[in-house]
Design a protein around this ligand. Structure first.
Ligand SMILES: Cc1cc2nc3c(=O)[nH]c(=O)nc-3n(C[C@H](O)[C@H](O)[C@H](O)COP(=O)(O)OP(=O)(O)OC[C@H]3O[C@@H](n4cnc5c(N)ncnc54)[C@H](O)[C@@H]3O)c2cc1C
Length: 624
């Protein structure tokens, strides 16, 4: 993920300060608070002599502006708080809580970032820096470098199961194993849990779940492939890639069989769900149940935080944060017997366990591995969790495992804005057109699993645009059908740009065909005839209020090659022998669909259901 430097962030910092926020801050510090002068040209004025008060400044975070209130009093940072943010739930909110507290505690803006949310951390520090400077204090007095305390402890412990990586698969497996009574230790290298989980859309297949059965009064839904396991398997059979016709789809069968019980379990322990897309006119991709509250970059984040907290409520389970597993250890017979790990605080852990789960995610952030296994993608940017560095896969290989390399070298791409806001659902939130650099309509751009189908090449140019009208701008800001407001940040980030007319957009963006494409689109919208992509329900693009354009690019976000496992998550050797005590799930084990001879579809579903399944298998094998 692109790191925004402090200098860049400072360039974004406050010009105008929202009146309501300023008033709140003032009220919170009655009598003593002073605000930066926002009169006249709306720009805060730097005071010449230190002036105590409450300063509300802002800096651009991962999603949008983070507003921070900093109280300066008697030469000290008396208080600091994030007063408004739209950061990713389950990622940026950790920085919003922890960084201001650390700044006050240490009286320094130079505190360590929360690992896993550096962009939000840096933004908060930049906003506080600006507040200090506006107040007329010397920033040097608040810049002492604070490093993490080093303890250097040597810790030896024994448990039933050690889980390497607390992301989607790891958290679900650990939460389930804790309930089975296992002594579980999750080792997570970042300061926060979740890996890729909070970044995910998170609709899960729910075939066979009690919730679905309760919903399906007439039995109609259970008679569709989405709601019926056998029909789903039959449908998948039709999607097998050439050369895989004899696949028994055994991995997908596990995924779809465990999805229902997993959905019921999550529901039983308190994860909220919302039912989506089951009414007329709703989008077909959203069939089924979805984590709630919220949707993309919201619902799953809440679920993730809930699971992480739940694990630690069990006396027999814990998560070691900021601790990196460095190697697997073997016993005197040469069998896997645990892990070694190093804490950010210098602690050295030796954790012996009866089972080791490899759930360290994929390797999209490991340039060497990408170059080796996906040469066509060497050097490309992956918009994924920074922790996807592949070392856990390497540990599996060192233990005798083998990588399933699917050999097609192809990776799923989805859409991002120029500023790397994920736009996989823009086709649904923002009725309009995707046009290439010439302004030519590109069709729907995304397939059923939201993978982008646009290639940047000579014909399309090196970027393309999502174009929509003012009504669609409102549904982009807040899409009531999907309960979704994530893309509101496009407007706050000024990545959605308004042009007074199509002609102005065409000229400024060099899209000569734009007007003709909009006219053609509108003709199809009125006639209902299929357009050249076969689409019959086109949105009418009303241009009297001008037009909105967002620059878009296809972006890669994960790797699909992974460690070879059997259907019960045991790690396998080249000769398909089980490596005792060693299990893997999620991106570490690669795409479940590809193992079955299909195209990649649902990383989240495979990581979660196989995490769940792995826990059930281990509980059985360890007689828990
Ligand atoms: C932006 C984005 C959008 C996505 N959207 C979708 C979607 O809409 N639908 C869908 O089905 N899938 C989606 N996916 C894919 C899906 O999120 C992943 O396939 C899935 O979450 C992977 O889960 P995992 O448990 O394998 O890995 P992760 O969730 O990445 O977890 C791995 C964990 O291991 C930790 N770790 C790594 N190495 C070590 C080590 N040495 N020691 C300790 N800990 C370690 C990491 O810090 C991390 O927390 C998306 C992914 C991304 C990045």
């Amino acid at each position: 993920m692109k790191q925004i430097s402090r200098r860049e962030l400072l360039a974004y910092t406050a010009v105008g300060i929202a009146g309501s926020i300023a008033a709140t801050s003032l009220a919170g510090c009655a009598g003593t608070a002073k605000l930066a002068d926002t009169s006249s040209d709306d720009k805060p004025v730097k005071t010449e002599v230190p002036t105590d008060g409450v300063y509300v400044t802002r800096a651009l975070g991962h999603e949008s502006w983070i507003y921070v209130s900093t109280t300066l009093r008697d030469g000290a940072i008396a208080a600091c708080q994030v007063v408004r943010n739209s950061e990713t739930i389950g990622v940026g909110n950790y920085a919003c809580a922890r960084i201001p507290a650390a700044i006050v505690q240490h009286q320094s803006v130079n505190v360590p970032n929360v690992r896993g949310c550096s962009i939000s951390s840096n933004a908060i520090k930049a906003a506080v820096t600006e507040a200090i400077e506006l107040a007329g204090y010397n920033i040097e007095d608040f810049s002492e470098e604070i490093t993490r305390e080093k303890t250097g402890d040597k810790v030896e412990e024994t448990c039933d199961v050690v889980v390497v990586g607390g992301g989607t698969a790891g958290l679900i497996a650990a939460a389930r194993l804790a309930e089975h009574g296992a002594q579980v230790t999750v080792v997570e290298k970042r300061d926060i849990p979740g890996g890729s989980m909070a970044m995910t859309y998170g609709g899960i297949i729910s075939a066979g779940s009690r919730r679905q059965n309760a919903y399906d009064v007439t039995g109609e839904y259970s008679a569709t492939p989405t709601g019926n396991l056998d029909m789903k398997m039959e449908a998948l059979r039709g999607e097998l890639l050439p050369g895989n016709e004899d696949s028994d789809l055994s991995f997908c069968r596990v995924m779809y069989s465990e999805a229902g019980p997993m959905a019921d379990w999550l529901s039983d322990v308190g994860v909220g769900f919302r039912t989506m897309g089951t009414f007329e006119g709703a989008t077909s991709i959203a069939n089924g149940l979805s984590f709630a509250p919220g949707m993309y970059m919201g619902g799953v984040g809440y679920t993730m935080m809930f699971l992480a907290e739940r694990i630690e409520k069990f006396p027999n389970a814990k998560i070691l944060y900021a601790t990196t597993v460095t190697e697997l250890i073997k016993d005197e017979t040469g069998e896997i017997a645990g892990v070694k790990a190093t804490g950010e605080n210098g602690s050295e852990y030796t954790i012996r366990a009866r089972a080791v789960c490899l759930t360290g995610g994929g390797f999209a952030k490991n340039e060497e591995m990408v170059e080796k296994y996906y040469p066509a993608h060497a050097g490309q940017f992956f918009n994924c969790a920074s922790a996807s560095t592949g070392e856990v896969i390497q540990m599996g290989l060192d233990a005798g495992g083998v990588l399933d390399v699917f050999g097609d070298g192809e990776l799923p791409a989805y859409l991002s804005s120029k500023g790397l806001v994920e736009l996989a659902f823009a086709g649904m939130t923002s009725p309009g057109l995707f046009v290439n650099t010439h302004g030519v309509d590109l069709g729907s751009c995304v397939s059923h699993s939201n993978t982008a189908e646009v290639k940047l090449d000579d014909a399309n140019g090196d970027r393309f645009f999502l174009v929509f009208d003012s009504t669609a701008a409102e549904t982009t800001r807040k899409n009531l059908l999907l309960g979704f407001d994530t893309y509101n940040c496009l407007f706050e980030r000024e990545e959605a740009v308004h042009y007074e007319s199509v002609a102005e957009a065409a000229e400024k963006l060099d899209l000569p065909e734009l007007q003709a494409q909009i006219d053609e689109n509108n003709a199809y919208a009125l006639s209902g005839e299929p357009d050249r992509f076969g689409r019959t329900m086109r949105p009418y693009i009303e241009t009297r209020d001008g037009i909105w354009c967002v620059e878009v690019t296809p972006t890669f976000y994960l790797t699909t090659d992974g460690l070879r496992i059997d259907e019960d998550c045991h790690l396998l050797t080249e000769g398909n022998e089980i490596i005792p005590h060693l299990y893997a799930a999620g991106d570490t084990a690669g795409s479940i669909e590809k193992k079955d001879g299909l195209k990649y579809s649902y990383g989240f579903d495979s990581a979660s259901t196989f995490g769940y399944h792995m826990a059930e298998v281990i509980a059985r094998e360890l007689s828990l």
